[in-house]
Structures are given as C-alpha cells and as structure tokens.
Design a protein around this ligand. Structure first.
Ligand code: LLP
Length: 426
C-alpha cells in the first residue's frame, strides 16, 4: 500500500503497526485499513476541488468508522441501497450530504430516503419519476439529478462500463430518452431537478473519457436551457478514478483531474453561454483501495510435476472475488520474515472449492515460501470486503484500523455462529 513501509527484516509497517503483529493478534485473513491514508486521500480531493462536492462512493467499502472518517474530512456520501443509507445515518452521517443512486430502488428505499431527507436522489428510470413525486413531503421538494448515458466506453472491464448504450443504467442522450426524462421531471412540482449525472465506469486512469462526457453533458444542459428556460445548477461526473494495483499501474491524480475538468467545464459553459454548474464527483476506490491491505497465511505449498507452484492461503474468492470476476491483477509480498531465496513464479490460490479461486496469477515470490508464511496483498481496500460472500461458510474476514502505531478491531471475523443465527427453521 502507498502508506506501508518495508523494513529490512521483511516486516511491513502500516501507520507504525507491523502487519505480522496484527496477523498474530487478530488472526488471518485480515483486512488492515490505514485511517490516515483514507483521510489523506479524502483531503486531496477536497484540496483539488474546493468548490466541488466530493461524495465518497460507499459501495467501495462502508462501515461506521469509514463513514466517520469521510464525514470528518468534509466529504458527502453516495449510497445505493437502504442498507448503506441506514448504516451511514445510524453512524451519524448527515442525510443532507447523502445522495441515493440505483437502477432498481425499492419503494421502501425511496420512502426511507424521503423520510430521512437525503440531500439528493438520482433518477434512473421513467417509472421512478411519478413514484418519487408521489412521495412528496409538504413544501419540501426532493432534489433530484437525472442519470444520463453519454455513450462513452471507459473502465477496467465490460462489467463496470456504465457510460455506454446497451447496459441497464441511466437514460440515453442519443435517441432522446434523457430529454424526455428531463421534461417529465420538470413537470413534477414535488421534484426539484438540480442537475445531470453520469458514471462512466470504474478504474479509469485517463482524463479523456471524463472530458468527453463533460462536453456531452454541457450540451444537454444547453438544450435544457433552450427548451425549458432553466439552467440546472449541478453536474455530477460520477466516480471511477483509477488506482495503482501493480507498481507499473497509473493512478488518476485528483489534482490533474480537477484542473482538466474544471478548465474544460468553464470553457464549454462559456461557449454555450451557460453559468458554470457546481461539479460533483463520486470517487470510491480512489479513497479507500490504496488504504487497505489484505493479510493471509499460507496453508500449503504444492509443487506439481509440470513445474507449477501453488501457494494456498486461508482466504480467497469469498473475501476477494475480483480476480475471479474480472481477471483483476494484484501484487503480493511475503511479510513477517526476510528471505534471500531467489524468486519463483507462484500462483497464490484461495481455499475455495473452485479451480478459478486464484488470488494472484504468476506472482513473483521467494522460492522458499512455505506453510505458515504471511502474505500481504496491497490496494485491497475497495470492492473486496464490500463484495465478500459466505461461500463455503468460510466467513468474512476481520477488519482492523491502524492509526499512530495502534490497531483497533472495527469488524470481527464472521463465524459459523453468525450463519446459524440467521437460520430460523429446519
Ligand atoms: N458512482 C456510481 C454511480 C457508481 O456506480 C460507482 C461505482 C461509483 C460512483 C464509484 O466508482 P469508483 O470510484 O469506486 O470506481 N466491483 C467493481 C467496481 C464496480 C463499480 C460500481 N460503481 C470492481 O471491483 O472493480
């Protein structure tokens, strides 16, 4: 992780806490979150975009501590379910600073959002417009944005490319769906249309897709002005900012993003004679991925006759489904002891009953890797815990926060008793 220090003895310190020490104390698999790194990343966005609204995308990872950290750093929150919404508000996150998304919001979610007075709701389908309008609370119009599809392909895998036609999210700009949704929303007195929203995809490392999307959204803003005489005050460019998983990866720098996007926004608005809308961004991964590290213990090392080596660890696709789902690549390091052995090509595999349960393909690890060793996987803070499953009843890992040389348990390890506790019949 960006924040980890490697000592000559092979020890890896995160915020002054040794990962091997944390593994001994809390067990493995263990997810370690560097609180200072989360805060520093949130601050970097605030500094880069002082006039914009930065919403942390809770789907990347959410727990009460995480909600506290981003709230304290002045970020808002993007949620996409009643679960995220309830957890955040129960933790004390101000509802006014929350934006609710989703292509399939339940009637209960919409009611809850209205009751809690969430700041903004993103409309994602025609049927939602009258449904949400009917939940009017006297004299308090719901601020809404319309999610549009700019027709731009970006993101690390087709499964996360939401800016293109032919996928489930948003209203297409091409063909007029977006224009129709805007007209229908403007016709509802209990809804206050404050802007347009788009989300292109995830793990985007280039600026061009954002600039292209911005051009199309500003054009649409100009159309709205021409057709309805209304200048919408907000423009939400979604999230998707890429981080470094491998040393050679590129990270989307918040300051570069800010300079390019605010410059382009100003220029395009001037060209159309529009007032510059307030920008909203929704980074998830970029706030939390580099602040997390997953620690596993090696359970067995298998050398096969055809020359392959498999190091099996005590976690796998139930705590990190990303390699199996998207073919995502990760870095991995031996921690807890120094090794002077030459490196070997080793597949780091999980403990689940599928051959596809490979965490790191062709990792470069010391050839003397053995059972009992600890492995650390950096950049593990996003879309791992939040997508973890109960597969094989292995249970989801414990989560620890480190700060100033001290570690504290945030989420305890899931046990079979947790599974059994949900069983109410047989
Ligand atoms: N806003 C919206 C509307 C989104 O749908 C997402 C992510 C974000 C913001 C935050 O995107 P981020 O900045 O974290 O890239 N499970 C996949 C990623 C799915 C992203 C879904 N939407 C993965 O592990 O790569």
């Amino acid at each position: 992780p960006a924040s980890a220090q490697l000592t000559p003895g092979g020890e890896v310190l995160v915020s002054g806490v040794g990962l091997d020490e944390a593994a001994d104390r809390f067990g493995t698999p263990l997810y370690v979150l560097d609180e200072a790194e989360v805060r520093a990343r949130a601050q970097a966005y605030r500094r880069a975009l002082p006039h914009a609204e930065v919403l942390y995308a809770a789907k990347a990872f959410l727990c009460s501590a995480m909600a506290d950290w981003v709230a304290e750093e002045g970020l808002g929150l993007d949620v996409c379910s009643a679960g995220e919404l309830r957890l955040a508000t129960a933790a004390g996150f101000p509802a006014q600073r929350i934006l609710l998304h989703g292509n399939a919001k339940t009637p209960e979610e919409l009611r809850l959002a209205r009751r809690l007075r969430v700041g903004r709701i993103v409309i994602d389908g025609m049927a939602e417009i009258p449904r949400l309008a009917a939940l009017a609370i006297a004299d308090v119009p719901q601020r809404v944005l319309i999610r549009v599809v700019p027709g731009i392909a970006a993101g690390h895998h087709s499964a996360v490319r939401t800016g293109v036609d032919g996928q489930k999210f948003g209203f297409r700009i091409a063909g007029g769906d977006a224009a129709e949704a805007i007209s229908r929303t403007l016709a509802q007195s209990s809804l206050e249309l404050v802007g347009l929203h788009c989300h292109l995809g995830s793990q985007i490392t280039e600026l061009e897709p954002y600039l292209d999307a911005l051009d199309r959204l500003v054009e649409l803003l100009a159309q709205v002005r021409d057709r309805h005489g209304r200048q919408l005050p907000e423009l939400d460019l979604g999230g998707g900012h890429g981080v470094r998983y491998l040393p050679q990866d590129r990270e989307l720098d918040p300051a570069e993003f800010a300079t390019a996007v605010t410059g382009r926004l100003k220029a395009r608005c001037e060209a159309h004679g529009l007032a510059v809308p307030r920008l909203i961004v929704e980074p998830g991964r970029a706030i939390v991925a580099p602040a997390g590290v997953a620690v596993y213990r090696v359970l067995s090392v298998k050398h096969t006759a055809d020359g392959r080596t498999f190091a099996a660890v005590d976690g796998g696709m139930s705590d990190n489904p990303r390699p199996a789902l998207y073919g995502s690549a990760y870095d991995v390091r031996l921690i807890g002891r120094a090794s002077h052995a030459p490196t070997a090509v080793i597949d780091v595999v999980g403990r689940h009953c599928e051959a596809g349960d490979v965490l790191v393909h062709d990792a470069q690890l010391p050839a003397d890797l053995r059972a009992g060793d600890l492995l650390a996987v950096p950049a593990a803070g996003a879309y791992q815990l939040s997508m973890a499953s109960g597969y094989n009843l292995v249970g989801r890992p414990a989560v620890v926060a480190v700060r100033d040389g001290r570690a504290r348990l945030l989420i305890r390890r899931e046990t079979v008793e947790d599974f059994r506790a949900r069983e109410v019949g047989r």
